[in-house]
Design a protein around this ligand. Structure first.
Ligand SMILES: NC(=O)c1ccc[n+]([C@@H]2O[C@H](COP(=O)([O-])OP(=O)(O)OC[C@H]3O[C@@H](n4cnc5c(N)ncnc54)[C@H](OP(=O)(O)O)[C@@H]3O)[C@@H](O)[C@H]2O)c1
Length: 315
């Protein structure tokens, strides 16, 4: 396992971090507590030192709290405030209790930068108290990235990026690289669709699986059809899963790629089998050519123009 610095912070995070949404049991279906704990144990043995969770990820924080007993100092814990109605301070206290810790290393607003100075003041107070070490935002848009990059009070952000969803991360690359903030990449496997184990027509149970709620059938099928055009990676880079997980690390601005693992076997693959070397320049070129051919990441010039206008008006 290799490690990268999380932006300008003192934290050195493993290139693959443990995405703990899945072990919470309410995103991809129930997970036995023993499986979740084994996944975390295997991840640690293989050098993973970062876990990303949230108060809204089912039982995730409580499971991590159980796991961290006696080993808190080996892990960098990232969690999120999802604007719960109890408010920031009370939510954080509950999270600290569940996680069995006095502090959260990277505390992210879920899922937009603060719009008022009041939120900043309260976050800064939490930072000064030591309960939160660094601040981040889990975000979705180019505008939010730019807002975070321009704000010294925020240490980093989390964004989705993968073979078939490249914006807004790629669009903002020059500015992100120049700002040097910490970046966690989520959804590098696009909720498992890029592992190579599904074929077009795959459907998920809306009662148990967020993919049935968060993605349309068309999006699932289009993703899985597109994936066929990336099959060359199986020859050049081992497997689709390995290539998809490594792809975000081709960007120096990436600090860590979050991978979900719901049992020991997935953890063994995700934290132990993915080669530490970067994707080859030939593979990267073919990925870009394929994305261009499929129209992935094409930015509508009208939208870009409207975004610029909006930013100018906001000053
Ligand atoms: N807004 C936000 O802040 C936000 C949103 C999404 C995600 N995240 C973060 O990003 C993390 C990762 O995203 P994600 O939950 O979408 O997870 P992911 O890692 O992209 O995908 C998880 C899925 O991949 C499958 N999988 C993982 N490893 C596998 C392996 N070795 N072999 C076969 N299948 C494998 C799992 O399959 P099974 O279903 O078969 O177990 C599961 O369905 C989350 O845990 C969370 O920390 C944050």
């Amino acid at each position: 396992m290799n490690y990268r610095r999380l932006g300008h912070t003192e934290l050195r995070v493993s290139e693959y971090g443990f995405g703990a949404w899945g072990i919470g049991g309410d995103s991809y279906g129930p997970v036995a507590r023993a499986d979740a704990l084994s996944a975390l144990t295997v991840a640690e043995e293989l050098g993973c030192n970062l876990v990303d969770t949230a108060a809204v990820y089912g039982a995730s924080e409580a499971i991590i709290g159980e796991f961290l007993k006696g080993r808190r100092d080996r892990w960098i814990v990232a969690s999120k405030y999802s604007f719960q109605k109890e408010g920031l301070e009370k939510t954080l206290e509950q999270q600290l209790r569940r996680l069995g810790t006095d502090y959260i290393d990277f505390y992210q607003l879920h899922a937009a930068p603060p719009q008022t100075d009041e939120v900043y003041r309260r976050l800064e107070r939490l930072k000064a108290s030591g309960k939160v070490r660094y601040l981040g935002v889990s975000l979705y848009s180019e505008d939010s990235i730019r807002q975070v990059l321009a704000d010294d009070r925020i240490d980093g952000f989390q964004v989705a990026f993968n073979l078939v969803d490249v914006q807004p991360y790629r669009q903002c690359q020059p500015e992100i690289a120049a700002a040097g903030k910490g970046v966690l990449i989520r959804s590098s496997l696009k909720s498992g669709l890029l592992t190579g184990k599904y074929a077009p027509g795959a459907r998920f149970d809306p009662q148990r699986d967020h993919r049935a709620r968060d993605m349309t059938a068309d999006e699932i099928d289009r993703t899985l059809r597109w994936l066929e055009s990336f099959r060359f990676l199986e020859q050049t880079e081992g497997s689709l899963l390995q290539a998809a997980a490594r792809y975000p690390l081709a960007f120096d601005s990436t600090s860590s790629v979050l991978l979900g693992a719901r049992n020991a076997e997935q953890a063994r693959i995700n934290f132990g089998e993915i080669p530490a070397r970067p994707l080859s320049p030939e593979s990267l070129q073919r990925i870009e050519d394929t994305q261009r051919r499929l129209g992935i990441g094409r930015v509508n010039p009208l939208r870009r123009w409207a975004g610029r206008l909006l930013r100018t008006l906001r000053g």
